[in-house]
Design a protein around this ligand. Sequence first.
Ligand SMILES: Cc1cc2nc3c(=O)[nH]c(=O)nc-3n(C[C@H](O)[C@H](O)[C@H](O)COP(=O)(O)OP(=O)(O)OC[C@H]3O[C@@H](n4cnc5c(N)ncnc54)[C@H](O)[C@@H]3O)c2cc1C
Length: 305
Amino acid sequence: MRPVKPPPFTYHRPESLPAALDVLADVGADGKVLAGGQSLLPILSMRLAAPEHLVDINRLPGLAQVTATPDGVRIGALVRHARLERDEDAARVQPLLRQALRLVAHPTIRNRGTGVGSLAHADPSGELTAVLALTGGTVTLASVAGRREVAAADFFVGPLESALAPGELAVEAFFPAFAAGTGTAFVEVSRRHGDYAVCGVAAAVTLTPDGELVSARTAYISMGPVPTVADLTDAASSGGWAGAGRAVGSLLEPEEDIHAGADYRAELGRVLTERALAQAAGRATAQTAGRATAQAAGRARGEAG
Ligand SMILES: Cc1cc2nc3c(=O)[nH]c(=O)nc-3n(C[C@H](O)[C@H](O)[C@H](O)COP(=O)(O)OP(=O)(O)OC[C@H]3O[C@@H](n4cnc5c(N)ncnc54)[C@H](O)[C@@H]3O)c2cc1C
């Protein structure tokens, strides 16, 4: 890799959202948003992109909030990975976020990189892409023309390609909560700790209070151009977690690259699916047991009172 500096660009640092949208409208396809810079700056330094204008959004007010409600978790465009990872309310409402963020790069990168930037970057190896896909979340895009909300299924278009149009800024993302009785897990294999995963699986398993399977779903990173979502409920009902692992073979078409061959990736897909579903189911069971214990304690308190 040749050590180079970014090509020349004009730097903009707007102080308000309307000002940022005006600049983005002016520069159009010649501009790039700069958030945490953890993906953009390496790309510029390697001269894989040469935007004429960088629009730094770090001074925009009101975009650094995490809002957790029973419906889900909403994050503004300046919420850093580390901030979201530590947020107890967000972890309670949508535990998959913390489970995934622990696997994103290293703490120094998580201190600066943003969740919304990760989604906008649309790297099919980025953990949060799978979280947005599995939760059925949305990204809100703003421009001088107004706002639009894009569903995860439409947001990821291809590797490093999202539904963002020139002049648009992703202002927030929403990760819906799962139904009661759902356990989640994120498992992956990477060559070194903190590296992008060779294969990663996000899983959500929903059980009835009696432990019957309601749903088993997974989403994948590094296994195709966009994060694939699989509904493995039928396969898991008939063949258990191992059956669900075998079933993903026909759904995924991983490719070979410098990190791994296609066959190895497919095998990882099978093994990690089984592992992620079993872990998620264990957490669903613990949650159901916890609820039953709390209800029993509540009844006991009522009888005593
Ligand atoms: C060594 C290393 C290892 C890494 N490993 C991982 C990993 O394992 N998993 C992982 O998920 N990520 C990894 N990353 C990337 C990191 O998570 C980044 O934080 C993330 O990809 C982008 O967030 P950012 O805020 O830094 O975006 P930036 O780098 O500022 O921007 C990235 C791209 O998104 C666009 N963009 C950013 N924000 C917006 C917005 N609000 N609206 C419109 N466009 C926007 C930019 O224009 C640019 O094209 C790694 C990075 C490094 C340097």
